[in-house]
Write a protein that binds this ligand. Structure first.
Ligand SMILES: [Mg+2]
Length: 383
């Protein structure tokens, strides 16, 4: 079998454009991948053209060799844009391999170690008010109770509003009150996951983390920006709240020093940025050796979610995965992934087990966006 082409498709998906790829072969089998990278929509599409030059004519079943080929022949060091494209291609190659052998990908990764894949709720607070957004700590408490009643047993959100590096006394009061009220609303029925998006400097995060300890958050995610491991170690040693990071780290090479330093309690690699299925499985094995659980970052499209599910099904140290439920784009797949009470069923069809419904893509043309990760965030109000 030989790779003959790689096609790129882009679909507007409410908060970002989803970018999918399809690796075509001379054997009438195609593989799906995803390379969504927010503000780099045009960059990833261009990089597909660059990778194509070294992949056309190669045997798509040789996933390990082609991962090495794509890594070494790009020569330059690890970077997010090229590794995202490499990740999408790797996922597509595994899809081809599964389809060729007639089995779901997780069967090729050692077989399932669990019957379902647990997900945590995200954006559960949408719809909390008439204009669709939770504004007050009370809105968050009510929305959390509703989300748990609907079946979620882990909820993530950011109570940190528009804080940048530091927080005012009033902002800190709102953060603590929001977490307290959500904890009171859900009791012991849900894990509470707090995403700080790398907003804070060290003394501010240290102070806020201590104030949140009584409400037993499951973790604070990206409490600091991702670059400085000793800063994370310092923070970890100063609070009882567990820490998580990793969505902006890529490849095993960036996870190894984090693990070696015991800087966080959980790692959060993203399968479409960190090196695809091939690298995700290796990062999981590294983390397993440090007794560190994997909580994959996964806020993008359904191909990324499907790939995450296959790895999650096959690794012992998986805990739960991020997932953003987007009913408005359910028709992008011919058959949607099955999620019940916060658990995904394992796909049963060969490969990833999903099919893109390209007929509907014209309904959702990609939008040019002004992408600012921090600007649109509103502060939560006390009342
Ligand atoms: Mg995050």
């Amino acid at each position: 079998m030989k790779i003959t082409d790689i096609k790129v498709y882009s679909v507007e998906a409410v908060r970002r454009n989803w970018t999918f790829i399809e690796v075509e072969t001379d054997a009438d089998i195609t593989g799906l991948g995803e390379i969504t990278l927010e503000m780099f929509d045009t960059g990833v599409a261009a990089a597909v053209e660059d990778y194509k030059r070294i992949l056309i004519g190669e045997n798509p079943l040789e996933t390990e060799r082609l991962y090495d080929h794509m890594t070494r022949n790009k020569f330059w060091r690890t970077d997010t844009l090229s590794t995202t494209v490499l990740s999408g291609i790797d996922i597509a190659l595994w899809d081809i391999k599964g389809k060729d052998l007639g089995v779901p990908i997780y069967q090729l990764l050692g077989g399932p170690v669990r019957e379902t894949v647990r997900a945590y709720g995200n954006y559960w607070f949408l719809g909390a008010t008439k204009d669709d957004y939770a504004r007050t700590v009370d809105d968050y408490a009510k929305a959390a109770a509703r989300a748990v009643d609907e079946g979620w047993d882990a909820l993530k959100w950011s109570p940190f509003g528009s804080c940048a590096y530091t927080a005012t006394i009033e902002q800190e009061r709102v953060i603590v009150e929001c977490v307290k009220r959500v904890r009171e609303a859900v009791g012991d029925r849900a894990d509470l996951l707090l995403d700080a998006h790398g907003r804070f400097n060290l003394p501010t995060m240290r102070r806020i983390a201590r104030k949140l300890e009584p409400y037993e958050p499951f973790f604070i995610e990206e409490p600091l920006p991702p670059e400085n491991i000793p800063a994370m170690v310092d923070l970890k040693n100063s609070t009882r709240v567990p820490l998580a990071t990793g969505e902006r780290l890529i490849t095993k090479h960036e996870f190894l020093p984090l693990l070696n330093s015991f800087a966080v309690d959980y790692i959060q690699p993203d399968i479409i940025h960190t090196g695809g299925i091939t690298e995700m499985k290796k990062i999981a094995a590294l983390a397993e050796a440090f007794y560190i659980p994997m909580i994959p970052h996964n806020p993008c499209g359904p191909v990324a979610t499907a790939a995450t599910i296959h790895v999650a099904a096959s690794i012992p140290n998986f805990m739960f995965t991020e997932y953003i439920d987007l009913p408005e784009r359910e028709d992008v797949l011919v058959e949607p992934l099955v999620l019940k009470n916060g658990q995904f069923d394992l796909p049963t069809k060969p490969g990833l087990g999903i099919e893109l419904n390209k007929k509907v893509f014209d309904k959702y043309p990609p939008q040019e966006r002004e992408w600012d990760h921090y600007k649109p965030v509103r502060d939560i109000q006390m009342s």
